[in-house]
Design a protein around this ligand. Structure first.
Ligand code: AQP
Length: 342
């Protein structure tokens, strides 16, 4: 089976964008591929964060994976920091990553500009090297990536090529290894169209955990009343009817797309159902569709979190399966890079 890896950061609460853009697609992927889904806690500390909340957010994100339908009889679910090899490989990869590659990363430029130089840790710059390590450690064939992560995956591919060239092949064989490529070069799996969810308060920016206003996103654990209130107050426009794809109506496109994804209807069905509606009619329909979709997830979440021993066991099993793969890769890299064997 081909292998797929993916993860979400335990910063803030998981929102509809994370769900529709990533986690929901994992449920389909786990049937076809060997899948490893992790909670990327080491990435969550690249910007200022609250240490008192990290472990709880990690546990909650793991529980949400399961509540959304990740099935641990098919997928390995674990916490990134529980597999030490991620950090260790990152150091080895860092020596091969030109700093110019990292300086070019758009996400680094945007996030560092927002945070200001004094608040930006080195880890924000080297974040893509850790991401490369997350992927290459498992010899992943595919990585599901949204638009915002494409550049990081490209860097991962270039880095894999570079390490394979510098240390793999005959050179590795001469050092007593098996020769050949050290890393598989992973490919992007582009999620289904329409899976980029935009903010409720601005149809041109993506729904995000770090946006200051909670009104801008639907969190997976929002109650019915909170969802109703957020939809009631979300940004709309005053044009007649509702339509997809009008560049002057980004909010309209976004809300119809959300409706389409949570109701399970086709784009054509939604377009014709809503073409003559006004916002007053549409908003309660969207609210109900969201609540109907999220309620079963929330119920499963409560069940899962009521037995923390069980969740810990799942995470320990996932980590041990992941470690078995990670250890082999790391051992090979140490050998190919010429380190003295332990
Ligand atoms: N708005 C979105 N629409 C579709 N997909 C999204 N993702 C995030 N936001 C949207 C996808 O969720 C996965 C995990 O994301 P992450 O935890 O690594 O965080 P992120 O990509 O930086 O996005 P967040 O959650 O909104 O955090 P901040 O506020 O830090 O930007 C990824 O697959 C991502 O594509």
């Amino acid at each position: 089976k081909k292998r797929v890896v993916s993860g979400v950061q335990p910063t803030g609460s998981v929102h509809l964008g994370n769900y529709l853009g990533a986690i929901k697609n994992w449920i389909t992927l786990q049937d076809t591929y060997e899948t490893l889904f992790f909670i990327v806690d080491l990435h969550a500390i690249t910007l200022q964060y609250d240490a008192r909340q990290l472990s709880e957010a990690t546990r909650s994100t793991a529980a949400l994976y399961l509540a959304c339908g990740v099935d641990t009889t098919k997928a390995s679910v674990f916490v990134q920091s529980h597999v030490r090899e991620h950090v260790e490989l990152m150091w080895l990869l860092s020596s091969t990553t030109p700093i110019g590659w990292l300086n070019r990363m758009i996400q680094f430029k945007e996030k560092s500009l927002k945070a200001g130089d004094e608040n930006v840790g080195v880890a924000l710059l080297t974040y893509p090297v850790l991401m490369a390590s997350d992927i290459l450690l498992y010899q992943a064939d595919f990585v599901p990536v949204g638009e915002d992560q494409k550049q990081h995956l490209e860097l991962t591919r270039e880095l894999a090529d570079r390490v394979n060239y510098l240390y793999g092949g005959k050179k590795w064989k001469k050092l007593g290894g098996r020769g050949g490529a050290l890393f598989k070069v992973p490919e992007a799996l582009i999620p289904p169209a329409g899976a980029r969810v935009m903010s409720l308060t601005d149809g041109l920016s993506k729904m995000s955990k770090s946006a200051p206003s909670d009104q801008s996103r639907i969190n997976l654990l929002d109650t019915k009343d909170v969802i109703a209130n957020k939809i009631k107050r979300c940004k709309t426009d005053s044009l007649p009817g509702l339509e997809f794809g009008n560049p002057d109506r980004p909010e309209c496109h976004n809300l119809l797309s959300i409706y389409q994804l949570v109701s399970g209807k086709s784009k054509e069905e939604v377009a014709s159902e809503c073409q003559n509606m006004n916002w007053g009619t549409f908003k309660p329909i969207l609210t109900d569709a969201l609540v109907d979709h999220l309620q079963p997830i929330q119920e499963r979440y409560s069940e899962i979190t009521s037995d923390s021993g069980h969740l810990d066991k799942i995470l320990a099993e996932g980590a041990s399966r992941a470690t078995a793969i990670a250890e082999t890769t790391l051992k090979n890299v140490y050998q190919a890079m010429g380190f003295l064997k332990r």
